[in-house]
Design a protein around this ligand. Structure first.
Ligand SMILES: Nc1nc2c(ncn2[C@@H]2O[C@H](COP(=O)(O)OP(=O)(O)OP(=O)(O)O)[C@@H](O)[C@H]2O)c(=O)[nH]1
Ligand SMILES: [Zn+2]
Length: 352
């Protein structure tokens, strides 16, 4: 099976509460603790000592001593079977929603992991599925969807994108716009490119916009995404033409439900970075390999990039697209996003 289909099937299984088996030297079967069906939970191994996989970051937030002293917060932590650790308790461990409203939970006993690569890949799959990075370890079973570890870890497998369709899409003040849909070869995500006007000669003005349902569609004041999206299109049109990529990396790559979980933590006083960490994600889970592949398919290998984020410039260059110029893309702050924009500058390296 192609890697694309294997990953897509595994993601679909996790989202619907079914088990996935990572095959290889260190086989590991698991289900998402968020979606696990009662069927899947029946396959918890009654004899096994091990039970729950959490991300190192989440374990650190729970003040759990990692076996490896949390040297790498991205490393998974394996917890032992405890009689009280049922579906509800596991969800409380994985989801920080209750962190401020309950007594400390435990005792919990981390175990050494003898399937470290598979455990890491398992949590990467739950993240890719937009679920909390937490899993029950279950017994291998016939119903599980199998995927080979090297289909998940082979760094040489650079994602490619397939052009699915293109059409005219007249926009306000930019009637000469075309929309292109692409599908990622590794995860099946549909990304969009808007080609505005005709460009040629100097490197086109390009905006890599990461999906933000709340800002882009509902006009949320918590972030600056909505105004950035509109202004980027306006600037691209004004400059004679260019490209806007609409990348399906909602919530800096953690997915919509997880972003809303992060928002709930922000309602409790955490900032945008700490909220991600408490959920068990890194501050920014995005990647730009798909963006680079789309630009290449559009015949673009050099851009003027609209962004305040130097990591985005570096990531795109690492994927082989030259950034001839960074064009600042600041929006006026409002009372609801002023702190957010401050944190982007003080903690995430955004340029003022
Ligand atoms: N996890 C999380 N994601 C958020 C939050 N606020 C906005 N986002 C997401 O952040 C992404 C936009 O990131 P920004 O940091 O505004 O922009 P950037 O792409 O890093 O930098 P610029 O190019 O300068 O805009 C979108 O995917 C949003 O959904 C938040 O509080 N938590
Ligand atoms: Zn936003």
């Amino acid at each position: 099976m192609s890697r694309e289909h294997a990953v897509e099937r595994a993601i679909a299984a996790l989202r619907t509460g079914r088990a996935v088996t990572i095959e290889g030297d260190e086989p590991l079967s698991f289900v998402s603790i968020e979606t696990a069906t009662s069927e899947a939970l029946k396959t918890l191994d009654p004899k096994a000592k091990a039970q729950l996989l959490l991300s190192g970051r989440r374990a650190a937030a729970l003040s759990l001593a990692n076996e490896r002293d949390a040297a790498d917060p991205a490393e998974p932590v394996l917890l032992a079977r405890e009689s009280w650790l049922d579906g509800k308790a596991a969800l409380t461990l994985a989801d920080p929603a209750q962190d401020f409203a309950r007594a400390p939970i435990g005792p919990l006993h981390p175990l050494p992991i003898d399937t470290a690569d598979s455990a890491k890949a398992a949590l990467a799959l739950t993240r890719a599925a937009g679920l909390l990075p937490a899993a029950w370890v279950v017994q291998a079973n016939d119903g599980a969807v199998a995927i080979a570890l090297d289909q998940l870890t082979n760094e040489n497998l650079r994602p490619e994108v397939t052009l699915l369709s293109r059409a005219r899409l007249p926009l306000e003040d930019m009637p000469d716009t075309q929309i292109f849909a692409f599908r990622g070869s590794d995860d099946g995500q549909e990304h969009v490119a808007l080609l505005v006007g005709a460009f040629g000669g100097k490197p086109p003005l390009v905006r890599l916009h990461s999906e933000c349902l709340t800002g882009d569609v509902f006009g949320s004041l918590k972030c600056d995404c909505g105004p950035q999206l509109k202004e980027a299109l306006r600037l691209i049109g004004e400059s004679g033409g260019g490209v806007l990529l609409y990348l399906r990396q909602e919530g800096r790559g953690i997915g919509l439900a997880n972003k809303l979980r992060a928002y709930a933590l922000q309602d409790r006083g955490l900032d945008t970075v700490d909220a991600n960490l408490r959920l068990g994600f890194s501050d920014d889970e995005r990647e730009y390999a798909h963006a680079a592949a789309i630009l290449r398919q559009l015949g673009i290998d050099e851009v003027r990039l609209l962004t305040n984020n130097p990591n985005k410039v570096a990531a795109l260059e690492a994927e082989g697209i030259r950034v001839a110029e960074r064009v600042a893309h600041h929006m006026p702050a409002n009372p609801h996003n002023a702190d957010y924009l401050d944190v982007k500058r003080s903690k995430s390296g955004h340029l003022a």
